[in-house]
Every structure is written in C-alpha cells, then in structure tokens.
Design a protein around this ligand. Structure first.
Ligand code: GAL
Length: 410
C-alpha cells in the first residue's frame, strides 16, 4: 500500500511538473565560444525551474540577427524572448504594442532598487513602463593586446592608444599584423566611437551623440579623431577577417598585436585559457590617462504571447536572469559586468576588476545604442565601412559626411 501511495504521489508530482514545464524559445546572437558558454548558464538556470530553454541562436552578428527578430515579431511568429542591445533597438516594436509590459515583475522583484546603474532600467522604460530586463553591462572601449606579439617585436606592451600607434612600423617589421579588425561595419564604427571617447573625452562624445551637434562634429576636435581613425585604418590593413571573434583569435594566437573591441572579447580569451596580465593585456578606455567607458550591453525583451503558460514562463525567465547566482555565472563567462551591485565577484578576472573599478568610480556614460536611433547608427556604419575600405577617401571628406549625418541624427 505504502509503495502504491508513494508511486501515485510520485506520478502525480511528475504530471504536475510536466504540465507546468513550458518551452520558451529565446533568440540571440551569442554564438562565439565565450558567448555560447555564457548563454548555457541562462539555459541551465531556466531549465532548473522546470521549464525548457529552446535556444534560438542566430549566427552572424547583431546586424544579421536583429532584422530576423523584428520580422518574426511583426510577422506574427514571435519567440518567447529575445535579445536586443540596451537602448533604442526595440523602440518601434514597443510603440506598435507588440512587446510585453514587465511592470508587475519589476515591482515584485524590486528592480528599481537592485539594478545598477539606474540608467540601465531607464533604457528599458518607455512612457513610464518597463519593457525589458537588462542582463549585463558591456563596455565597448577596450584595447586587447597580445603580450607574445609585442615580445616578438621586442617592444614593451603599450599603455595606451598613442603608444600602440607608434609601435605600428616595428610590429609590421616583425611580421605581426598591428591591428585586427573584422570587416563588418558595426565593428569599424565601434572602433571609431572608442577613439572619440578615449581620445576626445566624455564631453566631445556627448556633444556628438547626445546633443547631435553638427558644428562640433565638423570641428577641430573631431578632426583629430578622424586623423586617429586614419591611423587605425592603416594599422588594420591586412586584417582579412569578418567576424569579431576571428579578429580576437588573431590576438590570442599572436598573429595580431591588438584589437579594440567590447569586453565580450574577454570571453574568448577565457575559453582559450589565456591569463590576463600574463598572456594578454586589457586596457579599458584604450588605456591611460583617464579611462571612461559606456554602459551598453544587452537586454531581454518579451513579445506579447497569447498562450498563458508561455506568458507565465516569460516572467520566470525574467526573474531567473536577474537572480544573483545567474548574474554571476553568466557575466563571468560573458566578460560583461552584472547589472546588480550586490553580487559576489571575488572570482572575477583582472580585466573585469578594472571595469568594475571604473563603474564604481562612476566614470561611465550611455552607449550610442541608447543615444542615437538604429537608423542613425546604420548611416554611420555605412560611412565608416567606406572610409576604412577606401583609402582614397580623406579624413577630411569623411568628417564632412559624418557631420551631415550628425546634423540630421535622431
Ligand atoms: C553585442 C552584444 C554583446 C556581444 C557582441 C558580439 O551587440 O551586446 O553581448 O554579443 O554583440 O556578438
């Protein structure tokens, strides 16, 4: 009898679990080694709730993935949840009433108190309502350097962008590609924006992207940035790769001396078992004297769904992604910083510790994804891609075109 009761109880329990288990497809563009390792942490944590993470990875890059995500949502085939960058990429979907309002979950889970910095939640808020959960803080402004490449060229590892540029000829002589840069236009723009903030400073960056000041965009401070971008395109010549992680791999294997890329690159060094300080060097803000970083990153949005079980699972996923344990596990693999300040990061590596110190000091500003529309970003991407690929375009010509884009930016 006892056995029967136990079996019945067990089967009733299993039944309940199965009935509550909901498949939720999550689309994202996290497909590199470090990114997939990080995403598995989300899947593991969600599956532990009895639900099932259906992985909707889209290969290529954010630029390839986003149009697919948007067309599925607008075309009536929404996924359970989807990645976008913090900021304005989902603005039109929210305006069209296609995305789920998360006010109740946010209130119950005290997001306003735990999310740090607060600007991340602002990026999820539209007309007073919350539409996404920020899952990480990714800073774009890093220079990743191969210690072995500099050793091969008999050079000390540089401490900033200027020193790196000066090393260019010696690196070439030693047979090393100075700068690794993937051909996709978002990577070129990323590098260019990094130069604006690192060399031009916070005020110049905000004049351009927040105030959209065309006069400043056409002025002498930006002329210096275009000169630096001219250096960069020459240093990048010969770096014949497409994907950002192929470029990172050139640094990991010491074929290239450096890459300027967001801190997701950290995940690749980790997968390759390289040690910061020993095998490679990471310079936040492209190095001394005064590193500032942007607090961009990723948010997860939840399209409105008609199935109540899936809607309930969306809430579970939103909660799980912000739980302290998941935040630590995911971000340590991703190379990003957690969106809550109350988690234990004692196991963070040296690069992440540098980033955390900058965050703590408050030397952070909003990313371009938060400040300008996706349309303006596309125009800048096209310009940068032309400028970096066609050496006949002078820095002066490119600057004029850039100022025109900023003049009509929104
Ligand atoms: C960014 C995203 C990062 C990283 C990177 C490269 O847009 O915020 O999480 O995945 O793309 O794939």
């Amino acid at each position: 009898m006892k056995l029967m009761t136990a079996l019945l109880a067990a089967s009733a329990f299993c039944g309940a679990t199965i009935a509550n288990a909901t498949d939720l497809e999550v689309t994202h563009w996290w497909t590199s080694g470090g990114e997939s390792a990080a995403v598995k942490e989300f899947a593991k944590a969600f599956d532990a709730t009895g639900n099932h993470w259906v992985d909707g990875a889209i290969a290529g890059s954010g630029d390839t993935a986003r149009p697919i995500m948007v067309s599925r949502i607008t075309g009536g085939d929404p996924m359970g949840a989807t990645q976008f960058n913090h900021g304005r990429q989902a603005e039109e979907l929210v305006q069209a009433g296609l995305m789920r309002n998360l006010d109740d979950v946010a209130k119950a889970e005290h997001w306003a108190d735990v999310i740090n910095p607060k600007s991340l939640l602002e990026g999820c808020t539209y007309q007073g309502h919350i539409y996404c959960v920020p899952v990480n803080i990714h800073a774009w402004q890093w220079l990743w350097l191969s210690n072995a490449a500099f050793a091969k060229a008999n050079l000390p590892v540089p401490a900033n962008w200027e020193e790196f540029v000066a090393d260019g000829p010696a690196l070439r002589k030693a047979g090393i590609q100075p700068l690794a840069l993937g051909q996709q236009s978002w990577q070129v723009t990323g590098l260019f924006n990094n130069l604006i903030l690192a060399l031009g400073g916070k005020d110049l960056y905000l004049k351009i992207f927040q105030d959209k000041d065309a006069k400043v965009a056409a002025g002498p401070d930006m002329a210096k940035i275009f000169k630096a971008a001219d250096d960069a395109r020459q240093l990048a010549q010969g770096s014949n790769v497409q994907d950002w992680n192929q470029a990172t791999n050139m640094v990991i294997t010491a074929k290239a001396a450096a890459q300027s890329m967001g801190d997701w690159a950290q995940g690749e060094f980790q997968v390759a078992k390289q040690v910061a300080g020993k095998d490679y060097t990471c310079l936040p803000g492209l190095g001394e004297p005064n590193p500032y970083i942007t607090t961009g990153g990723d948010s997860i949005y939840f399209p409105k769904l008609s199935d109540p079980a899936k809607s309930a699972a969306q809430e579970v996923l939103a909660k799980v992604m912000l739980s302290p344990a998941t935040q630590v596990a995911f971000n340590l693999k991703k190379g990003s910083m957690p969106v809550r300040g109350d988690v234990d990061l004692s196991t963070a590596n040296d690069c992440m510790k540098k980033g955390l110190a900058i965050l703590k000091a408050g030397n952070v500003i909003k990313s371009t994804d938060e400040l300008i529309s996706p349309d303006t970003t596309t125009q800048i991407n096209d310009l940068m891609s032309q400028f970096f690929n066609d050496m006949s375009i002078t820095p002066d010509d490119a600057q004029k075109k850039f100022a025109a884009i900023i003049g009509t930016a929104n």
